[in-house]
Write a protein that binds this ligand. Structure first.
Ligand SMILES: Cc1cc2nc3c(=O)[nH]c(=O)nc-3n(C[C@H](O)[C@H](O)[C@H](O)COP(=O)(O)OP(=O)(O)OC[C@H]3O[C@@H](n4cnc5c(N)ncnc54)[C@H](O)[C@@H]3O)c2cc1C
Length: 283
């Protein structure tokens, strides 16, 4: 039942299914970032096992000539147990990505991890040869994000901008959607004009439209940035953007630890619960 429910947003339980989904998206001119689902591991062994899947993915991406990179969560790499363990794991992953011409995106989790994530990515990015092989995510709902972007751009770090998916208190994050949207547009404009290749991650047509209008007005070429969307969400918009000449990358999650990811997707859009419920009742 879980497998069937989650299949709308999750590419499968195993590496091979995710690689297959990546190849199919590549066939439609869409780039991919692969995410082996999992967060908040309970032991160093679990963190090492999670990292091993990423090394396997980086090799497979290289061998199969896929247009893909990887996205990773620090709490899946042992951040809660030992931040130094998580850092060493991400460092080794970045070195592997460097050797295979790929890229590691460190996803952003709840705000208790924001500063530590930024500090870690900056340290790893600053190590010789790592430039351009590790990047970060910034969430438009946090008040601090514009200042964080200023620091990261000085280092030349690639950023994925998203609205943010965690429950945050009003002293840390804009409480209203309108304010988050306004901040998203402001930050997206800073990013696409920065001369560094960033990802604008949203399914919100208003955000997409504002970004398109801004780049046209500023004469910024579509090759200067990419739109990013989640697997199974707004496939129509993904393809429409590709046909207009924009770059699109889809975030392809897979694995048995699908539950928290799946619940965040449902929370974003209550209509998804109804859609899934209807499908389950039908089958
Ligand atoms: C590639 C990518 C990577 C991400 N990485 C992170 C990360 O590292 N950290 C983090 O906190 N968050 C991450 N997110 C999630 C993000 O923060 C938002 O929670 C999520 O994208 C929903 O915001 P939105 O911009 O799509 O707009 P919203 O305002 O949530 O939605 C606008 C419209 O988009 C459509 N839509 C949005 N979500 C869905 C959905 N699930 N199903 C169907 N339609 C939908 C609907 O039409 C909706 O009305 C990521 C998102 C993407 C696309």
């Amino acid at each position: 039942m879980g497998r069937r429910l989650s299949s709308r947003f999750v590419a499968g339980m195993h590496t091979d299914e995710a690689l297959h989904a990546a190849a199919a998206l590549n066939d439609h001119g869409i780039s991919v970032t692969l995410d082996s689902l999992g967060e908040n591991v309970h032991s160093p062994d679990e963190a090492h096992r999670s990292a091993a899947i990423y090394h396997e993915l980086l090799d497979a991406i290289h061998e199969r000539h896929l247009d893909a990179n990887v996205s990773v969560k620090l709490t899946q790499m042992g951040m809660d147990l030992d931040p130094q363990l998580a850092e060493q794991i991400v460092r080794e992953m970045t070195e592997h990505a460097r050797a295979t011409g790929s890229f590691v995106r460190v996803d952003m989790e709840g705000s208790e991890y924001t500063q530590a994530t930024i500090d870690m990515v900056r340290r790893i990015h600053a190590e010789p040869g790592n430039e351009g092989h590790v990047g970060i995510v910034i969430q438009a709902y946090l008040y601090r994000s514009q200042a964080d972007i200023g620091v990261l751009l000085k280092d030349g770090i690639r950023i994925r901008l998203c609205k943010g998916a965690y429950q945050e208190a009003a002293d840390k994050a804009f409480p209203g959607k309108a304010q988050v949207d306004e901040n998203f547009v402001r930050l997206a404009e800073i990013l696409v004009a920065s001369g560094i290749y960033h990802g604008i991650a949203t399914h919100d047509e208003k955000m997409v439209q504002a970004t398109r209008a801004f780049v046209k007005e500023q004469g910024i070429p579509p090759s200067a940035f990419e739109f990013q969307m989640l697997y199974g969400v707004r496939r129509d918009l993904q393809r429409a953007l590709v046909s207009e000449g924009y770059r699109v990358r889809v975030y392809v999650p897979f694995g048995t630890e699908w539950y928290p990811y799946f619940m965040r997707r449902l929370a974003e859009r209550p209509a998804n619960v109804i859609f899934l419920a209807k499908n389950v009742l039908k089958s």
